[in-house]
Design a binder for this molecule. Structure first.
Ligand code: C2O
Length: 343
């Protein structure tokens, strides 16, 4: 490669993404890109608690509905609109950005299947949550997590099922609304009993979080440097259950399992942010079990761009998202039932 530099998107030159039919789709964020984009380093002084989705109360739900209703009403030209937030995922996954410095060779930056999977999605949810706080008019608000690693959370959380709610999305698998979630779902429904699926889910969690995740590369995914082709290799959790849960939620009658089953459309379903909060929680749990983050400067200095709650563009670095307390949130302690599962 011409020169080595940590990975970063050429944000200002966002171009059409490619949908699963190989057709161009415009997922670029609305808004202007200033010549100088400030770096944002969070220094939270209070810590909000992200709650398990099956445990939230009506007061909390009213706030989330208020926020999502407002975001759905914002004009598409506002980067904080629900539509623009969903498209953040599309642009960063479906080829909307070239790698800075590698535009000429048309090297795409895809945030999946590599060591930037966890940090990218952490930052994405961070700004989504701050936009929710703004429109809920409550800076203590925190998004929920889908506690799919615990038996009580192994169903689609009920808050997403009310068709009159802003948390609803019609493009989902209607056969799964009351079925136990299969963390190993491969597109075919299992005939196993609910009890057996739950037992296998717990075994899978222990395997992905402990047995198979003994190194940073195993857990996060393979190294992805500027100048590399995208998708060098995913970590344990990204592969299973992350991908399986996407596919389990999406509508199999849609050509690509929309919404949750396809990268370009996944962010259109509010379940996406709840699913990813639990993926993000797995990073904290893995650290609490002794897992050590990468220390490579190429990982720490990889960067992304996001519009914040004031619709201002900021640049953020992986190194500034490794401690969620500094980001102003933590996860409700609901136990780790899979830690004790034996196959
Ligand atoms: Cu960006 Cu769940 O994928």
């Amino acid at each position: 490669s011409a020169y080595a530099a940590p990975l970063s998107p050429d944000f200002a030159a966002c171009h059409d993404s490619t949908d699963p039919d190989k057709k161009p789709i415009d997922c670029c964020p609305p808004g202007t890109v200033p010549a100088e984009v400030p770096t944002y380093v969070p220094t939270a002084t209070k810590v909000n608690t992200r709650l398990a989705a099956q445990l939230v109360d009506d007061n909390w739900l009213a706030k989330y509905k208020k926020a999502l209703t407002a975001m759905r009403k914002l004009d598409d030209s506002d980067p904080r609109s629900f539509k623009a937030q969903a498209n953040v995922h599309c642009a960063y996954c479906n080829g909307g950005y070239y790698q800075a410095g590698y535009e000429a060779s048309k090297l795409i930056l895809d945030v999946h299947f590599s060591w930037i999977f966890f940090p990218f999605h952490r930052w994405y949810l961070y700004f989504f949550e701050r936009i929710c706080q703004k429109y809920a008019d409550d800076d203590t608000f925190a998004i929920p997590f889908w506690n799919w690693d615990s038996p009580s959370g192994m169903f689609l959380p009920s808050i997403f099922k009310d068709s009159s709610s802003p948390l609803y999305d019609s493009l989902r698998n209607s056969n799964h609304l009351t079925k136990v979630l299969d963390l190993n779902y491969d597109g075919t429904d299992t005939s196993d009993s609910t009890i057996t699926v739950i037992k296998n889910n717990l075994i899978t969690m222990k395997k992905q979080m402990v047995t198979q995740s003994t190194t940073a590369a195993a857990f996060f995914g393979k190294s992805f440097l500027a100048g590399d082709a995208s998708d060098p290799g995913a970590g344990t959790i990204e592969t299973t259950p992350h991908n399986n849960v996407h596919r389990w939620v999406g509508d199999p009658n849609e050509s690509h399992g929309e919404d949750m089953g396809a990268f370009y459309s996944a962010g259109r379903d509010p379940v996406f942010y709840c699913h990813h909060a639990n993926v993000d929680r797995m990073w904290n749990i893995w650290n609490s079990l002794g897992g050590q983050n990468f220390t490579d400067s190429d990982w720490l200095n990889s960067s992304f761009y996001f519009y914040n709650e004031e619709a201002q563009l900021v640049k953020v670095f992986v190194k500034d998202c490794v401690n969620t307390k500094l980001l102003g949130y933590d996860y409700q302690d609901v136990g780790i039932p899979w830690l004790y599962s034996t196959s």
